[in-house]
Design a protein around this ligand. Structure first.
Ligand code: EPU
Length: 430
């Protein structure tokens, strides 16, 4: 098994038919790490973010923080950041294109410096992914916003308290709004906010920094603090990585223990796994055992905001449905174009009819190995899972998508008995 640097031209060879068995440790959450890393821009004091996964999006976030003037050390899953002085307030286009979450610098930069310029996030492979809701909060808080030469220019003299109801529930929109308001002493109110565990983890950090935030239902009341402190925080486990490995264990008829998880964050996923026939044992506060079954029941899934079924697990559960004993129905309500894995799964023999936002999946005994192409992060994970239950070998290409959000998924699966080989082009991305 190769174990060299990550490269855009790497691909995976997945040998199907292995039953997964054993224990594996879950990494820290990508989508909690990114906003928390950006929150370090709010203070001059040193900050420590622990349990950060080593993956491309985190490396991109480190690059962005350094461009802005942060002193960053990323070592053994801990990120040490100190931003004594902001030297720059531009998130360049090439970084925003690589990682849409770069927009999360806007809130902290406006709060600390009163200025931010961010490359305009264009369309994205899973949907339009607008940022109008972020900008509406900034404008209500007194920011003046213009779009020039492909960049969003934002400026604010003194942030005013905001009372705002989000028109759509947005994860990074809520996070950006909280960071934007974190230094404004007067009381702000945000309604219809996202409540994903990653948002709550950011709130924990902002509280450690000295911001007073009350959460009641989808309403948040914020009283900021102009003198924010440094913090030391351990990021929550990645519920999507955990879910991906749970599905892998289940569909291979395996018996796997996921260590270092937060079962409470995985409610809707575990419910669906049980409905599909899995035996789930919660072993204490941070361990889950998932036991497969020779019969897989078909499912009805409809993605929605937390605590509903996560859109980030839709592709992986589509694979489960491909080998279920009956017809499943999957509706994607969050992103309008998040079914690109369907084409690739069809190349592996999957029987799926796509009608708008709904996929009707006709289960069958197994899939067949093929050469398939990743189109986005979670789609690429689903193709690896499909390879595990396919006859023969599956070649998963364009796995730079996978590397954006999973810390060596193939190594974790191999620990459990899978046979996956990464073929690495000698060129290193550094
Ligand atoms: N939306 C708007 N206007 C806005 C913001 C969002 O119309 O200003 C719409 C979006 O177009 C989408 C819906 O609202 O249809 C929800 O989007 P949201 O803003 O919640 O998504 P996000 O914050 O861009 C985060 C995660 C995604 C995850 C979604 C939904 C991070 C860095 N990304 O994205 O994670 O799918 O929430 O839970 O936290 C992934 O990890 O693979 C991933 C895509």
């Amino acid at each position: 098994m190769t174990n060299t640097t990550l490269s855009g031209s790497d691909f995976l060879l997945v040998e199907g038919g292995k039953r997964l068995k054993g224990a594996v440790k879950i990494s820290g959450s990508k989508n909690a790490s990114l906003p928390i890393m950006m929150a370090t821009l709010l203070t001059k004091e040193p900050c420590v973010v622990r349990n950060v996964p080593t993956l491309l999006d985190v490396k991109n976030a480190v690059e962005l923080l350094e461009l802005i003037g942060a002193n960053v050390k990323f070592e053994d899953h801990n990120v040490f950041v100190e931003v004594k002085r902001l030297q720059n307030y531009v998130a360049p286009d090439y970084l925003v294109r690589r990682m849409r979450a770069s927009i999360l610098v806007a809130g902290p930069l406006l709060a600390r410096l009163g200025k931010a310029v961010v490359g305009m996030p264009g369309g994205c492979s899973i949907g339009a992914r607008l940022i109008d809701q972020h900008l509406k909060v900034f404008e209500k808080g007194g920011a003046f916003i213009t779009v020039r030469n492909g960049y969003i220019h934002m400026e604010v003299e003194k942030i005013k308290p905001v009372e705002h109801t989000f028109e759509v529930i947005t994860v990074t929109g809520t996070e950006n709004a909280l960071m934007f308001l974190s230094r404004c002493e007067k009381r702000s109110i945000l309604r219809n906010t996202a409540l994903e565990p990653e948002v709550i983890d950011l709130i924990e950090v902002l509280r450690k920094m000295g911001v007073d935030i009350e959460v009641e239902g989808r309403t948040m009341v914020i009283r900021g603090n102009p003198e924010l402190r440094g913090f030391d925080h351990t990021v929550i486990p990645d519920r999507i990585e955990a879910g991906t490995l749970a599905v892998a264990g289940f569909i291979t008829g395996g018996d796997v223990v996921l260590e270092g998880v937060c079962p409470e964050h995985m409610g809707s996923q575990l419910e669906k796994l049980k409905e599909a026939g899995a035996v789930i044992e919660i072993l204490g506060l941070d361990k889950i055992r998932v036991i497969g079954n020779s019969k897989i029941n078909p499912l009805e899934i409809s993605t929605s905001e937390y605590p509903g079924f996560p859109t980030d697990m839709q592709a992986q559960f589509t694979v489960l449905c491909c080998i279920a004993d009956g017809v499943s129905q999957i509706t994607e309500n969050i992103f309008e174009n998040r079914f690109q894995h369907v084409n690739e799964l069809q190349r592996m023999g999957a029987k799926i009819n796509l009608k708008g936002r709904t996929a009707i999946v006709f289960g069958q005994d197994r899939l067949s190995g093929a050469e398939v192409f990743s189109t986005d992060l979670r789609a690429s994970a689903s193709l690896v899972l499909a390879g595990l239950v396919a006859e023969g070998t599956t070649v998963v290409r364009e796995i730079h998508h996978l590397d954006r959000g999973y810390e060596r998924l193939e190594d974790k699966l191999n620990t459990l008995g899978a046979r996956i080989e990464r073929i690495t082009n000698a060129r290193s991305t550094g």
